[in-house]
Design a protein around this ligand. Structure first.
Ligand SMILES: [Fe+2]
Ligand SMILES: [Fe+2]
Length: 277
């Protein structure tokens, strides 16, 4: 199960010709199935794929990790460019939602388009809030159960429910899990469900314990010291081979992960490329 992975959108890049953008997108080539996990929010997907010589037209399927603008924002432009494609997502990605700043100000952070606009642009949605095998050995998790006491959504988020604003624990946050012979490969956009919850649910779905790589955001950037401590202790308990972090991890949490786990921790950025054989 050869798996090639290229990070197309990430907050940072160390490649001269590429651009960084707040968000995440990764192109996967799994035994010749080409799958795009997230789209980023704006132009980075298009500029970076062009600079890297990656034809987006070859993308067979798109998976959206959750309905935040920095993960799905470029979907319409992408579909208009490459034509209709299957889009696998959680049924709750289109809720109207906000992040709440410490001042109390609400900032809209949901998908910047409606479901109807996405369908019009060529999205053929396949929704699932449950684990779903999309290719042999490749799963989306659907809603990830929140089992740890110390993990939360990673910030203050609210969503529109009728006339009311209620807490948004981002139930649509889901991961992609590849049941690779050398160990699980897990991709997450933001891990609003919590990194430890995400790893454990991937293990539960596949019945495999060994994790070869976790790749993506961890949303530890606002984590309390208690959460950091408990997260590090859970990771040390049953170590993944690689924790490849970026996006919403935050500098100090990344430094703490590196200090605790050493070279298992890898900083990803736009243009990072990995092969799992
Ligand atoms: Fe994000
Ligand atoms: Fe997010």
């Amino acid at each position: 199960m050869k798996t090639d992975l290229t990070i197309l959108v990430e907050n940072t890049t160390s490649h001269q010709a590429l651009i960084g953008e707040w968000g995440f997108a990764a192109l996967l080539n799994i035994d010749d199935h080409k799958l795009l996990f997230d789209t980023g929010q704006g132009d980075a997907l298009f500029i970076n794929s062009l600079q890297l010589g990656i034809p987006l037209e070859e993308t067979e399927e798109i998976v959206i990790s959750h309905g935040h603008f920095d993960h799905c924002g470029a979907l319409l432009k992408l579909l208009k460019q490459i034509g209709p494609r299957p889009v696998t997502a959680h049924p709750r990605i289109f809720v109207k939602r906000y992040a709440v700043a410490p001042s109390g100000r609400r900032i809209e952070v949901g998908c910047p388009f409606s479901e109807a606009e996405a369908v019009e642009a060529g999205a053929r949605f396949r929704y699932s809030d449950k684990p779903l095998e999309i290719y042999p050995g490749v799963y989306i998790t659907g809603t990830i159960p929140r089992r740890t006491a110390y993990e939360d959504a990673g910030g203050r988020f609210v969503l529109q429910s009728g006339e009311d604003l209620i807490e948004d624990y981002i139930e649509d946050d889901m991961a992609l899990v590849i049941d690779h012979p050398q160990g699980l490969i897990i991709l997450s956009g933001c891990a609003h469900a919590g990194t430890v919850n995400t790893l454990e649910y991937a293990r539960e779905i596949t019945g495999k314990r060994h994790i070869q790589a976790y790749i993506g955001g961890t949303h530890l950037m606002n984590a309390s010291s208690e959460r950091m401590e408990a997260t590090l202790s859970a990771l040390l308990d049953e170590l993944p081979d690689r924790i490849m972090i970026g996006h919403c991890t935050g500098f100090y949490p990344a430094a703490q992960l590196y200090q605790a786990l050493g070279h298992r921790v890898v900083k990803i950025d736009a243009g990072s490329h990995f092969t799992f054989i």
